[in-house]
Design a protein around this ligand. Structure first.
Ligand SMILES: *Cc1c(COP(=O)(O)O)cnc(C)c1O
Length: 410
């Protein structure tokens, strides 16, 4: 009998009961705005920032409305302005170039390696060609480049690094939390990330000036002294009248939902690791399928899974996706000619005027992506791997047939 997977690839876990309790308390007192506090009360939002700063070891933390807002705010806070070139991976999600465009700056895309990380040699070429002073480095799908080599290169080029840690909250590189290598780290708390408040973002940094500017930019008015993970009021003296208020605050309801989840993060990382390894084990040694190697000194968060089918035709890949879908396994493909749902790639972001990147094109043409929600069990992942493996073999055997049945024309 043909096995079928019945689970949902988009079903996250519920909000933990203590998060629901804390949210109800905020709803009952009604003070949802972060600066609306009773005498002596510390806002949930301020406590959340303090706790995330402690978790990552950052000096300063600001919670904001979304991950995209966090990146745009960080870019402004480090001084990026209209017309400035900003380097970024070509393999990333749409909100990353969107954040660059939102400050009037210009994305300059960098090639991706077959390990799905930024190509450092091409980064140097693009930095020199564009004169960019900032890199918005996306740890896309949790794949982290050699951070020592990257930081040494960026220091040499005098390029400031802002890390997009939407897929690496809870990850570490040689024991250093992701987001702590560059000048600023940005995170997302959107439903599909590692903690879930529907929408939300964090900015962390050790730089007092960057932190103070970000707090003012996020819409603190002159209430910045109510923060607990912001620099002291003196840091705001020279900039408070020169920094626009670009409203994008976190609120107390979402902060209340998030605080208990921060306490669960380490456990979630361990559980995701078990799911990831079940998929990896199940797919090991599948002919034609390349797994992405994970460095031993990295703790990654297996909230999604990628593999490569190098040099497969579009027809074969479409056949594989259809056959897996028929057995309940939802795969996404970065090679599709048109953006589908959340999946798009650099040459779809036409406003950024991208120039072709042949290495990235070739890679994305064979890149398959899959969500791994924590509602899956390791047994689910073993079943999913069996289905993918069987269908990869079947499509390969059908070979030319599959190519002929599905039009190749893109
Ligand atoms: C989700 C995501 C973001 C931020 O997204 P928001 O929805 O604005 O919170 C940034 N980068 C990547 C790679 C993402 O997946």
């Amino acid at each position: 009998m043909m096995e079928r997977f019945e689970g949902s690839f988009t079903q996250q876990e519920p909000i933990p009961e203590d998060g629901i309790e804390a949210a109800l308390a905020v709803l009952r007192h009604g003070r949802l705005h972060r600066y609306n506090t009773a005498p002596g009360e510390v806002a949930e939002t301020a406590l959340l920032e303090e706790e995330f700063a402690a978790l990552t070891g950052a000096r300063y933390c600001l919670a904001v409305a979304s991950g995209g807002y966090a990146m745009a705010c960080a870019l402004r806070a480090v001084g990026v302005g209209p017309g400035d070139p900003v380097l970024s991976n070509a393999f990333t999600l749409a909100p990353v170039p969107g954040a660059i465009a939102s400050v009037g700056a210009r994305p300059v895309f960098v090639e991706v390696t077959e390990d799905l990380t930024i190509d450092l040699a091409h980064l140097e070429v693009q930095a020199q060609a564009s004169g960019a002073r900032v890199l918005l480095l996306s740890h896309m799908r949790g794949h982290v480049c050699d951070m020592e080599a990257l930081m040494a290169l960026c220091d040499r080029l005098d390029v400031a690094v802002i890390e997009d840690c939407a897929h690496t909250m809870g990850a570490t590189w040689r024991g250093v939390p992701s987001g702590r290598h560059g000048r600023v780290g940005c995170y997302s708390m959107q439903t599909y990330k590692h903690v879930n408040s529907g929408e939300g973002g964090f900015i962390i940094t050790d730089d007092a000036q960057v932190a103070a500017r970000a707090v003012l930019l996020s819409g603190s008015y002159m209430l910045y002294a109510r923060h607990r993970a912001a620099p002291p009021p003196e840091a705001f003296d020279g900039i408070r009248l020169d920094t626009p208020n670009i409203s994008g605050r976190m609120d107390n309801l979402r902060a209340a939902i998030l605080r208990p989840q921060l306490r669960l993060l380490a456990d979630r990382v361990a559980r995701w690791g078990a799911l990831y390894r079940a998929l990896e084990t199940g797919l090991a040694d599948t002919p034609a399928l390349r797994l992405i190697p994970r460095p031993a000194h990295e703790v990654y968060v297996g909230s999604s899974f990628q593999f490569l089918l190098p040099d497969w035709s579009a027809g074969r890949i479409r056949a594989l996706i259809a056959r897996c879908a028929a057995r309940g396994v939802e795969l996404k493909w970065f090679g599709a000619p048109d953006p589908v749902a959340f999946t798009s790639r650099y040459d779809h972001w036409r406003y950024a005027n991208p120039t072709p990147l042949p290495q990235t094109d070739r890679l994305l043409a064979g890149l398959i992506d899959m969500r791994v929600p924590l509602t899956f069990t390791p047994e689910d992942c073993a079943l999913i791997a069996r289905i993918i493996r069987a269908e990869v073999l079947a499509v390969q055997q059908a070979g030319e047939e599959a190519d002929a049945a599905v039009p190749l024309a893109d």
